[in-house]
Design a protein around this ligand. Structure first.
Ligand SMILES: NC(=O)c1ccc[n+]([C@@H]2O[C@H](COP(=O)([O-])OP(=O)(O)OC[C@H]3O[C@@H](n4cnc5c(N)ncnc54)[C@H](O)[C@@H]3O)[C@@H](O)[C@H]2O)c1
Length: 361
């Protein structure tokens, strides 16, 4: 553990768009010290004011950090995380947990085998609106959930694709890059989906990756859900615009991203508005509706995630998003890809079992 005034010594692996943000969050934390940065690109290692390395192995050997934040490309996540946990180093691993569900299962095994402390970076779960919403849903304040809808739509800049070539390559479309967060959060709030149908399109940008996706979900509870996403459209709707999580997006305070409807009430997020009929005798669609707001905490999801990660590193908390949990979100994403390409409804338990069996053979 740290010998200075900070609780935990952390290295960042991958100093691109996201890694640079993690560097700033660590620098801004009273509990963490940035001890090294790893990136194979010399330009990414310049001007950081800490030890830098081109590869993870030599960094682990010479710096011996307590923990790492892994923000390299998705395909490298599992190898890098395994290398760290084999050295007893705790890991905050950016989402998606792996390049594929089958490689995520390999990581799940490694975490178990090494009793590793690993948190996956589905940062939205740490947003202050999420815990009160989840508690209200689980306490039955909305009755039983019958329907869920969500939207994420914004226009990505052209440089997002031209400056980072892997953003145009198969697997890095709006579903894996953006909807991954929404699906993780909907799983966290509404429970496990059991079936999915998907349609996708790459018409707006004409790239190999999809720019538009439309999903239908059936949850274990019986609730039905829909989610739509576009990354080539001008719009105020989506979690990123409805929160002040990142200054990279304009903040539109009076929009919502998700609407969750129960038999007794409805809830929108992230504003936490709840709607219920006011009539006490046979409340129905003719009754007046009242709107109240669930109390919310304050704070930034990424900073709260780092704080939680430090607790995980110190053994004071279990990871809010484990590798096994995040692997389920990744399986859902792969099932969406299958459904979009075949037109079939995908049964998720069967899908996960067949993918897992393909590794064991
Ligand atoms: N949580 C979020 O909201 C969020 C947002 C954006 C990206 N991400 C995730 O963060 C990760 C990085 O995305 P990005 O947009 O920063 O990509 P990026 O291309 O900007 O940065 C990746 C960096 O990793 C470096 N790199 C490549 N191979 C490496 C290796 N083996 N070891 C160390 N570094 C290596 C690259 O040189 C590059 O600097 C991805 O997994 C992405 O899905 C998360």
């Amino acid at each position: 553990m740290a010998t200075g005034s900070k609780d935990v010594r952390i290295a960042v692996i991958g100093a691109g768009f996201m890694g640079r943000q993690h560097i700033e969050f660590i620098r801004g934390s009273a509990r963490a010290e940035l001890v090294a940065v790893v990136d194979p690109r010399a330009a990414a290692r310049e001007g950081l004011g800490c030890a830098t390395f081109g590869e993870t192995g030599p960094m682990l050997e010479s710096v011996t950090p307590d923990a790492v934040v892994v923000a390299n490309p998705n395909a490298a996540h599992v190898d890098t995380a395994e290398e760290c946990i084999e050295m007893g180093v705790a890991v905050l691993l950016e989402k998606p947990v792996a390049g594929s569900y089958t490689s995520a299962l390999r990581l799940v095994d490694a975490v178990e085998q090494h009793r590793a402390r690993l948190l996956v970076g589905h940062h939205r779960r740490h947003h202050p609106a999420v815990a009160p919403a989840r508690a209200a849903i689980r306490a039955g304040e909305l009755g039983s959930i019958v329907a869920v809808s969500g939207l994420w739509a914004a226009r990505k800049d052209d440089a997002y694709f031209t400056d980072t070539p892997w953003h145009s390559e198969s697997g890095a479309g709006v579903t894996l890059m953006n909807v991954v967060h929404d699906l993780d959060l909907l799983r966290h709030l509404c429970g496990e989906p059991v079936e999915v149908q998907a349609m996708s399109s790459s018409r707006a940008r004409g790239l190999e990756v999809e720019d538009t996706v439309s999903l239908s979900l059936r949850f274990e509870s019986g609730a039905l859900g829909s989610f739509r996403a576009f990354d080539a459209g001008a719009s105020p709707w989506g979690w990123d615009q409805a929160t002040e999580e990142t200054s990279a997006f304009p903040f539109i305070p009076d929009t919502d991203a998700y609407r969750i409807v129960g038999t007794r009430g409805a809830l929108s997020l992230p504003d936490l508005a709840t709607f219920t009929y006011r009539a006490t005798v046979s409340p129905d669609w003719h009754s007046p509706l009242s709107r109240t707001y669930l109390p919310s905490g304050r704070g930034n999801s990424f900073e709260a995630q780092l704080d939680h990660f430090i607790d995980v590193v110190l053994g004071a908390a279990e990871p809010l998003v484990s590798a096994a949990d995040a692997a389920r979100t990744l399986a859902l994403l792969e099932a969406i890809e299958l459904s979009a390409s075949t037109g079939a409804t995908v049964d998720l338990a069967g899908f996960r079992a067949s993918r897992a069996a393909s590794v064991e053979r």
